[in-house]
Design a protein. Structure first.
Length: 331
């Protein structure tokens, strides 16, 4: 049996961030991921300036293209783009296939390709698949995290199942603006995100419950969205016809669920951190990875309520806090 102080299950942004901070402080950590990196991750690949700060990525550090984004929101069929977005500072696009592999390699942690199936407690140790033992176990396996499934079994509210379809492909004549479409009678949104190397990511996500109720099909919504892009001159018809989109169900867990057991912490999507409206999850994954590492290091506590929310709800929350502060009598 392989013994380490900390096992991180999942090498996405949450897991690699946690592993990196532990390695920086000289701690013993092993990352288990079922995928071999670089791996495909369905994601539009939008990140905020804060993500770069939290990850300590300075100008010139990142070896792959990263494009500053001019984000335009198209609301409910209005024919113009609003240059508005609820994030302070700049926004960027990256390709997850490059970003996640680079972060994981940079973490300095040993990575073993292993599909985690079982987790059990044995005295003060967690045992993973009867092959690995650790004192601290981090569940960073994303929306289908096996640690979450094994130890936090009652947390998958069906109403929050999201269905997504997307395609990332080389399209050098793509426009530079990033577009979000909140429309088409869809409880969800669609996006066009340009990437730095001439690629573009086109996708769409919707609540599964809504699709079931409305009797509509996610593929039909995606095709209708492509037709709109062709009509608007943002995509040529031959490319649209040849696109083979891929998709999967994605679970947005409630944020009030449990994220800790004795020496076991859930982080990132496994902890239900991606926002419901915008689906921003990379930033929360990174923040949670840092906080979980700090708890292991005895320097802090992993606290979900401290994670920054860049979403419409988060915007409202920040607005209310600011308004309350203004009306507070001076101490
Ligand atoms: C279509 C779509 C678009 C999105 N767009 C954006 C966006 O533009 N910006 C944004 O901020 N967020 C976006 N998100 C959300 C974002 O992708 C996630 O919030 C983010 O990836 C969470 O990071 P994570 O490290 O928690 O999990 P993941 O990135 O999902 O990493 C989990 C890792 O765990 C591994 N794993 C899973 N099961 C096992 C197992 N049994 N054994 C071992 N390893 C396992 C996986 O292989 C994976 O590498 C999007 C999500 C979707 C679905």
């Amino acid at each position: 049996m392989r013994e380490v102080e900390t096992i991180v299950v999942g090498g996405g942004p949450a897991g690699s961030t946690c592993a990196r901070r532990l390695r920086q402080l000289g701690r013993d950590v092993l990352v288990l991921d079922k995928a071999r990196f670089p791996r495909l991750k369905l994601c539009a690949g939008w990140i905020t300036e804060k993500v770069l700060r939290d990850l300590e990525i300075g100008p010139g550090d990142y070896p792959h293209p990263m494009l500053p984004l001019d984000i335009r929101s198209h609301l409910r069929g209005l024919p113009f783009g609003l240059s508005w977005f609820p994030t302070p500072g700049k926004n960027f696009s990256i390709r997850r296939v490059e970003f996640d592999a680079w972060l994981l390699a940079r973490s300095g942690a040993e990575v073993v390709q292993h599909d985690v199936r079982t987790v059990r407690r044995d005295g003060a140790r967690w045992i993973v698949d009867d092959a690995f033992a650790c004192r601290w176990l981090i569940g960073a396996g994303g929306t289908m995290c096996p640690v979450r499934r094994a130890l936090f079994p009652n947390q998958r509210p069906k109403s929050r199942q999201i269905v997504t379809l997307e395609k990332e492909f080389a399209y050098p004549s793509r426009e530079e603006a990033c577009r979000l479409y909140f429309k088409r009678g869809l409880v969800g949104y669609a996006w066009v995100v340009p990437k730095g190397d001439g690629h573009v990511n086109i996708g769409l996500g919707a609540k599964a419950k809504y699709l079931r109720k409305s009797g509509t099909n996610i593929h039909d919504h995606f095709r209708a969205f492509l037709d709109d892009l062709v009509r608007e001159g943002r995509l040529d018809a031959a490319t649209a016809d040849g696109l083979q989109e891929t998709g999967h169900p994605y679970y947005l867990f409630t944020r009030d669920g449990e994220v800790r057991l004795d020496h076991c912490l859930l982080i990132g999507d496994a902890a239900g951190l991606a926002t419901m409206d915008l689906g921003e999850g990379i930033g929360p994954a990174v923040e949670s990875g840092l906080m979980a590492a700090d708890e292991i290091l005895g320097r802090g506590t992993w606290d979900k309520s401290k994670v920054t929310l860049f979403s419409l709800a988060g915007l409202a929350q920040r607005f209310m806090r600011a308004a309350n502060r203004r009306h507070m009598p001076a101490a």
